[in-house]
Design a protein around this ligand. Structure first.
Ligand code: TYM
Length: 346
């Protein structure tokens, strides 16, 4: 059975982009068809200026929203990254396989580092090495597929490169993963700035639909979406990015095709109205379930505890194998359990 790994970073409130680009498919497809792990990747939230209390709050909220979106702990493993040491353990070893040039080429690093510098802040070293930790997240579990939105594809490519390189140098250890993406809405754009991704860490609230936005707030945001000059509703990402974004959101929410839907609308206003209602309807069950889960925080904690235990058991053998392959002496206890690894030849 294919193993699947993916995650969300608790740096802000989760958005419609996170849901349509990733989470929805995790619940609808991946957890049923694969041995799937979904993770709140809290270590990644420390790569930019952060408030510890907020990261804790957002980690809890992200985990609750993953369950509210339909992840079922009977079908998949839901856990918090920092509860499983293997991620950080493997990350260091992979840093010894990656190059600094590779890290500096990462688009997200370039964009985020430029933003930090513009604000007059300094860039944390962990922002540069972040994609290696992400590779460790994936490779530790032998995940063959990584369902993500388009913005994460370059990072998954790096995980592939590192897996291949490690296997070539030190012997076959890692499964080589590949990114999978949704058919539509793999890159939901900011409603106020259709040239930018709808990102949870951005400050431009009016263009971002959060999963916990009240229906009226959703309606207002969608109705005020920036569209392009022109009157005809056509689907063209290049010349009509605002309109294309709305059509993709509508298609993702209703199951249609953006191109086919464009013909059904006489005006921008009608399209916005239907898109707003479609988003409200998609979010409704998730918000109801979120409310129920918030009333029972013990349940969420229990899920995370059990999830971390299961995840640890899955990651440990691969990370131990990577340590041995790269030349680190097995710890005594491990050598005993590994049996064959107890005799070390130089
Ligand atoms: P993050 O937290 O930014 O996003 C979580 C998932 O949501 C997708 N996504 C989007 N999809 C479409 N349109 C958007 N506007 C949009 N915004 C976000 C992302 O592509 C992602 O799939 N580095 C990752 C977290 C991570 C991870 C991993 C993912 C860490 N380790 C290992 C997969 C495997 C991130 O920051 O995602």
């Amino acid at each position: 059975m294919t193993r699947v790994f993916s995650g969300v970073k608790p740096t802000g409130h989760l958005t419609l982009g996170n849901y349509l680009g990733a989470m929805r498919r995790w619940a609808a497809v991946d957890q049923h068809e694969a041995e799937a792990l979904f993770c709140v990747v809290d270590l990644h939230a420390l790569t930019v200026d952060h408030d510890p209390a907020r990261v804790r709050r957002l980690s809890r909220q992200s985990a609750t929203l993953l369950l509210a979106a339909g992840l079922d702990p009977e079908l998949c493993t839901v856990f918090v990254q920092s509860h499983v040491d293997e991620h950080a353990r493997l990350s260091y070893v992979l840093e010894c396989v990656a190059t600094d040039g590779e890290m500096r080429r990462m688009i997200q690093y370039k964009e985020k580092a430029a933003r930090e510098r513009q604000r007059g802040g300094s860039v944390r070293l962990s922002l540069l090495t972040y994609p290696v930790l992400m590779a460790a997240d994936i490779l530790a579990y032998g995940a063959g597929e990584v369902p993500v939105g388009d913005d994460q594809r370059q990072h998954v490519e790096l995980a592939r490169d590192l897996a291949v390189r490690f296997n070539q140098r030190y012997g076959h250890t890692f499964v080589v993963p590949r990114a999978t993406r949704p058919g539509v809405a793999a890159r939901v754009m900011n409603l106020q700035d259709p040239a930018s991704k709808m990102g949870k860490s951005d400050d431009v609230g009016p263009g971002i639909v959060y999963l916990l936005d009240e229906p009226d707030v959703v309606r207002k945001k969608v109705m005020r979406a920036v569209t392009d000059s022109g009157r005809e509703v056509v689907y063209d990402r290049e010349t009509r990015p605002g309109l294309a974004n709305l059509l993709e959101i509508l298609a993702a929410c209703t199951g249609g095709e953006p191109e086919a839907l464009s013909g059904a609308y006489p005006s921008y206003g009608a399209l916005k109205k239907d898109t707003a209602e479609a988003v409200v309807e998609v979010l409704r069950p998730l918000q109801e379930r979120h409310k129920e889960l918030c009333a029972d925080p013990g349940h969420v904690e229990g899920v995370l505890r059990a999830g971390a235990e299961r995840a640890r058991g899955m990651a440990r053998p691969t990370v131990d194998a990577a340590y041995r392959a790269i030349g680190l002496l097995p710890a005594a206890a491990e050598a005993e359990t590994a049996g064959a690894g107890a005799v070390v030849t130089v």
